[in-house]
Design a protein around this ligand. Structure first.
Ligand code: TYC
Length: 109
């Protein structure tokens, strides 16, 4: 009860504290996958992996060979908007250099 006599219908305090769970959900992540083709030069792919996916030369080379040998390779995991932007920017860059390099997005299970 407050000093003015109103208790706003709350009754006596029971000392019970109810916690509300913070409702922050982690965003879903998406894989950006690079696809092999017969024409894009290996050095160009390594350059793309360094410039657009912040890989060092060693990791970039490993991923490039993974794609070259297996048809597909993982460039990174990002939120949807970031993944989409990477794919657009990479394919734009490749097209401007007249290479057929392709990337795709796949939802992380
Ligand atoms: N297969 C290409 C070549 O032999 C190299 C390559 C690697 C192309 C990875 C695309 O995503 C790629 N020149």
């Amino acid at each position: 009860m407050s000093k003015d006599g109103s208790d706003k219908g709350m009754g006596p305090s029971t000392g019970l504290v109810t916690k509300t769970k913070p409702k922050t959900k982690r965003p879903s992540l998406y894989k950006v996958l690079m696809l092999n083709d017969d024409y894009t030069p290996m050095e160009f792919v390594v350059h793309v992996l360094q410039q657009f996916f912040n890989k060092n030369r060693e990791d970039a080379t490993r991923i490039m060979f993974q794609v070259h040998n297996n048809g597909v390779g993982l460039c990174g995991l990002y939120t949807y908007e970031v993944a989409e932007t990477k794919v657009t920017n990479v394919m734009d860059f490749a097209r401007r250099h007249q290479h057929p390099l392709k990337c795709t997005i796949e939802k992380e299970s």
